[in-house]
Design a protein around this ligand. Structure first.
Ligand code: SF4
Length: 230
């Protein structure tokens, strides 16, 4: 019998359609994806990344050899463009220092995580997403939109810190889905999309949500609107 999370993912797949494949999968390209532009939506980030790929290249050597003007053309898709040219260079320098990042990612998990966390903008959740998308380690990955949706649904305890919610969410994913790359990637993508489109940070669109019948947050809102305590 499918678990609660599996049923959520099934319903999200029916609602949104099959999840898209990750735009970039190679470990260093995923690091660059995080650092090409700050605070932008996926489409704009994809444009910045495409420009980097076409006009500069995505090898550490190409980035270290690029002019400031060319890098600004990429990072200018977001705010703090100067800061992010420095981050791209720092990422390239770290990659040169580490050596073959794909081999490191395929190596033992603790070392792979530690290496990835040396890059700008990559904390533990980001490192695990890189390992998952590159299909080097089938670890559960979850970002802030997905964490928020799981918390509101009541699948992880409400009220904890971001780190606690993330830990509980990844534990649930691992327990229900196991080390299956396809299912873990799909779950990451669908939960993220749900958190971006309906289960938004402010004013979630609960009335159109396919998960409303089992959602703790929505049930609380309904009780509140009918005059009962949430
Ligand atoms: S019913 Fe509302 S709070 Fe619950 S999962 Fe859907 S959008 Fe999020």
């Amino acid at each position: 019998m499918p678990g609660q999370l599996e049923r959520v993912v099934d319903d999200l797949r029916k609602f949104y359609g099959p999840s898209s494949e990750p735009t970039v999968t190679k470990p260093f390209e995923q690091v660059l994806w995080e650092n090409v532009a700050y605070l932008v939506h996926d489409e704009r980030r994809a444009r910045a990344f495409a420009l980097l790929r076409e006009q500069i290249g995505t090898s550490p050597e190409a980035i270290l050899g690029a002019s400031q003007a060319k890098l600004l053309g990429v990072t200018g898709h977001g705010i703090l463009a100067e800061t992010f040219t420095a981050k791209l260079r720092a990422a390239a320098a770290t990659a040169m220092e580490l050596g073959d990042l794909e081999a490191i990612a395929r190596g033992p998990l603790p070392q792979a995580r530690r290496a990835l966390r040396r890059f700008p903008g990559i904390a533990e959740p980001g490192a695990d997403r890189i390992l998952l998308f590159s299909r080097t380690h089938a670890v559960p990955a979850l970002e802030s939109n997905g964490s928020r949706a799981l918390q509101r649904l009541g699948l992880v305890a409400a009220g904890g810190s971001y780190a606690q919610v993330h830990r509980a969410g990844t534990k649930l994913i691992a327990a229900e889905l196991g080390p299956d790359f396809d299912r873990l990637i799909e779950t990451y993508q669908l939960l993220r999309r749900h958190g971006q489109e309906l289960c938004r940070r402010s004013q979630p669109l609960c009335e159109g949500c396919p998960l409303g019948d089992r959602c703790a947050h929505y049930a609380g809102l309904m009780r509140w609107s009918s005059g009962l305590k949430p």
